[in-house]
Design a protein around this ligand. Structure first.
Ligand SMILES: [Zn+2]
Length: 80
Protein backbone atom coordinates (compact mmCIF):
# COMPACT_ATOMS: atom_id res chain seq x y z
CA UNK A 1 0.00 0.00 0.00
CA UNK A 2 1.31 3.39 -0.89
CA UNK A 3 -0.89 5.37 1.44
CA UNK A 4 -3.11 7.21 -0.99
CA UNK A 5 -4.46 10.37 0.56
CA UNK A 6 -7.13 12.95 -0.14
CA UNK A 7 -6.12 15.36 -2.89
CA UNK A 8 -7.46 18.38 -1.05
CA UNK A 9 -4.41 20.49 -0.19
CA UNK A 10 -3.48 19.98 3.41
CA UNK A 11 -6.14 17.37 4.17
CA UNK A 12 -3.96 14.27 4.18
CA UNK A 13 -6.77 11.88 5.08
CA UNK A 14 -6.21 8.35 3.82
CA UNK A 15 -8.71 7.32 1.15
CA UNK A 16 -9.05 4.36 -1.22
CA UNK A 17 -6.89 4.94 -4.32
CA UNK A 18 -9.89 5.05 -6.62
CA UNK A 19 -11.37 8.00 -4.80
CA UNK A 20 -10.26 11.56 -5.43
CA UNK A 21 -10.47 12.47 -1.80
CA UNK A 22 -12.28 12.01 1.46
CA UNK A 23 -16.02 12.48 1.61
CA UNK A 24 -15.89 15.83 3.40
CA UNK A 25 -13.58 17.38 0.82
CA UNK A 26 -15.21 15.73 -2.16
CA UNK A 27 -18.55 17.30 -1.37
CA UNK A 28 -17.01 20.73 -1.06
CA UNK A 29 -16.35 20.57 -4.78
CA UNK A 30 -19.02 21.86 -7.14
CA UNK A 31 -21.00 19.15 -8.87
CA UNK A 32 -19.71 19.94 -12.34
CA UNK A 33 -16.16 19.26 -11.22
CA UNK A 34 -17.13 16.06 -9.45
CA UNK A 35 -18.91 14.95 -12.59
CA UNK A 36 -15.80 15.65 -14.64
CA UNK A 37 -13.60 13.61 -12.33
CA UNK A 38 -16.02 10.71 -12.48
CA UNK A 39 -16.57 10.88 -16.22
CA UNK A 40 -12.85 10.92 -16.97
CA UNK A 41 -11.80 8.40 -14.35
CA UNK A 42 -10.74 5.08 -15.81
CA UNK A 43 -11.00 2.07 -13.48
CA UNK A 44 -7.51 0.80 -12.74
CA UNK A 45 -5.71 4.06 -13.51
CA UNK A 46 -4.46 4.17 -9.94
CA UNK A 47 -2.74 0.86 -10.64
CA UNK A 48 -1.40 1.58 -14.10
CA UNK A 49 -0.51 5.18 -13.14
CA UNK A 50 -1.67 6.28 -16.56
CA UNK A 51 -4.77 8.39 -16.05
CA UNK A 52 -6.22 9.91 -19.18
CA UNK A 53 -5.29 13.39 -20.28
CA UNK A 54 -8.89 14.38 -19.61
CA UNK A 55 -8.64 13.15 -16.04
CA UNK A 56 -5.43 15.07 -15.47
CA UNK A 57 -7.03 18.21 -16.84
CA UNK A 58 -10.06 17.71 -14.62
CA UNK A 59 -7.83 17.13 -11.61
CA UNK A 60 -5.88 20.27 -12.43
CA UNK A 61 -9.06 22.30 -12.74
CA UNK A 62 -10.16 21.00 -9.35
CA UNK A 63 -6.92 22.22 -7.78
CA UNK A 64 -7.37 25.60 -9.48
CA UNK A 65 -10.94 25.81 -8.22
CA UNK A 66 -9.81 25.01 -4.66
CA UNK A 67 -7.07 27.62 -4.84
CA UNK A 68 -9.57 30.22 -6.03
CA UNK A 69 -12.44 29.34 -3.71
CA UNK A 70 -10.79 27.86 -0.65
CA UNK A 71 -7.39 29.52 -0.43
CA UNK A 72 -5.18 28.40 2.43
CA UNK A 73 -5.85 30.44 5.54
CA UNK A 74 -3.75 33.57 5.19
CA UNK A 75 -1.34 34.37 7.95
CA UNK A 76 -2.90 37.46 9.40
CA UNK A 77 -2.28 39.51 12.46
CA UNK A 78 1.37 40.05 11.79
CA UNK A 79 0.94 43.26 9.88
CA UNK A 80 0.76 45.54 12.85
ZN1 LIG B 1 -10.01 15.45 2.47
Amino acid sequence: MSGHTCHWPGCGKAVPPKLWGCKACWFKLPKHLRDRIWSTYVPGQEVTKTPSREYLEAARDVQAWIAANHPPAPVQGRLL
